[in-house]
Ligand binder design. Structure first.
Ligand SMILES: *[C@@H]1O[C@H](CO)[C@@H](O)[C@H](O)[C@H]1NC(C)=O
Ligand SMILES: *[C@@H]1O[C@H](CO)[C@@H](O)[C@H](O)[C@H]1NC(C)=O
Ligand SMILES: *[C@@H]1O[C@H](CO)[C@@H](O)[C@H](O)[C@H]1NC(C)=O
Ligand SMILES: *[C@@H]1O[C@H](CO)[C@@H](O)[C@H](O)[C@H]1NC(C)=O
Ligand SMILES: *[C@@H]1O[C@H](CO)[C@@H](O)[C@H](O)[C@H]1NC(C)=O
Length: 373
């Protein structure tokens, strides 16, 4: 297996490194039903072989079938918490303790985001993310529930600087500040590592909202979540209704309650990395959402309407309704930052005029996406 240490700029190699950033691409409309329990059982026997193939074939997987976007993740090993560190560091970095401190007291809910060095530069995505909580309508108080999962030292330091709850998902001897391009080997490893990590959070009994740092928080989302949903996810495109599996989910924003169904579901989802080598979590989600296993465990899946949880793929049309705005459907860190800044300006304008009695429809819409979308 290629190590993720270097990285050419060649597109062919699957090791293309550009600016980093978390991002989830448009969902393809897969309707595979072959991830059935029976096949799962049989396929278990082949997991080892598949893993080996995965390792050998990784660099030949053609990323071109996907809409290319920049991504945040670097190579992340399985081990956690960090090894070879003084025990005081491990104590400081105890996940359960951090979650407990950060969680909403009434319902053990945390807000989780991931971060690496490139997104912590001054004026970069992370600053805009934080700013959105400041300028959002009653979102500021949510900041104290945010847990930043830092992927490198720089991100960790930046997190401490802004006094958020910080968890270091790093391992001695590996450099996570390197930037993994969408669908590179490192990128895939990190995406799957994240699913695994979020499964651990559920295991520990915490509900979470996972949010990419390029999601702007403009209103409190909790009133808009479905009371009866276990797993609720934002969409690139909201085609149908909130239960319709044909919607196109985007893994960059989701709300998950901790219970036996979701714990099982995350384990199931995570095994998808072995059954669908070369696919990332969002593609696998699009395949397994139809699987009978989901019905079997009784998982209630909900799709969040883009009217409230919008993005550049499909912006919410009415600023009176918008809750979050995701810089999805956007290639390139600079473009992303440019358009997010426009989101912030639009929102400030909107809020500044919030006392105007009759806002007409043009004063309640976005000027974005400009470059993205
Ligand atoms: C959890 O509790 C907080 C207050 O501590 C509240 O704002 C939030 O809406 C609650 N979330 C859910 C899902 O009930
Ligand atoms: C902000 O939230 C408060 C309380 O929910 C609400 O009364 C007010 O109308 C909101 N302002 C805007 C601009 O949405
Ligand atoms: C949502 O869509 C599904 C599938 O198309 C349909 O069976 C269901 O009745 C719809 N639910 C609502 C509330 O419209
Ligand atoms: C799972 O179910 C068992 C038994 O019904 C229960 O004791 C346990 O607390 C549940 N776990 C979670 C995470 O809800
Ligand atoms: C809507 O309001 C804005 C400012 O309040 C104004 O400039 C614009 O002309 C109005 N548009 C319409 C169609 O009335």
């Amino acid at each position: 297996m290629d190590s993720g240490g270097g990285g050419s700029n060649s597109k062919a190699g699957g090791e293309e490194f550009v600016e980093s950033g978390v991002y989830h691409h448009d969902s393809n409309h897969h309707h595979h039903r072959y991830f059935s329990s029976a096949i799962v059982k049989i396929a278990l026997l082949f997991v080892v072989a598949v893993v080996i193939c995965f390792a050998l074939n990784q660099s030949t997987y053609p990323p071109t079938q996907f809409f290319q976007r920049s991504y945040l993740y670097s190579s992340i090993p399985k081990n956690e918490p960090p090894e070879n560190q003084p025990s005081s560091v491990n104590e400081e970095n105890n996940l359960e303790r951090i979650l407990k401190k950060a969680s909403m007291k009434d319902n053990k809910t945390v807000i989780i985001t991931t971060l690496n060095a490139a997104w912590t530069e001054p004026n970069s995505i992370f600053d805009l993310f934080l700013e959105s909580f400041e300028i959002g309508n009653q979102t500021k108080s949510l900041l104290k529930h945010v847990v930043v999962v830092a992927l490198d030292q720089k991100a960790y330091s930046r997190c401490l600087e802004v006094h958020l709850h910080c968890y270091a998902l790093t391992t001695e001897g590996l450099d996570f500040s390197g930037e993994a391009h969408f669908m590179s080997e490192d990128y895939l490893k990190m995406m799957w590592r994240r699913i695994d990590f979020l499964g651990t959070v559920l295991d520990l009994g915490f509900n979470f909202v996972f949010t990419d740092a390029d999601v702007m928080w403009l209103r409190d989302p909790f009133q808009r979540f479905y009371p009866d949903g276990d797993f609720q996810i934002a969409c690139d495109h909201y085609w149908y209704n909130y239960t319709d599996l044909n919607n196109s989910p985007n893994g960059g924003f989701n709300y998950v309650k901790s219970n036996n169904r979701t714990v099982q579901f995350y384990k199931f989802w995570y095994t998808g990395k072995d059954y669908f080598p070369g696919k990332h979590d969002q593609d696998v989600l699009n395949m397994i959402k139809f699987d009978p296993f989901i019905k079997e465990i009784g998982l209630e899946m909900r799709f969040l309407d883009t009217a409230y949880f919008g993005g550049f793929c499909e912006p919410s049309k009415d600023l009176d309704l918008v809750i979050t705005m995701h810089a999805n459907c956007c290639i390139g860190l600079e473009n992303k930052i440019h358009d997010i800044k426009m989101v912030i300006d639009d929102w400030k304008n909107y809020m500044a005029n919030s006392f105007v009695e009759e806002r007409n429809s043009s004063s309640r819409t976005w000027t974005v996406p400009r470059i993205c979308g």
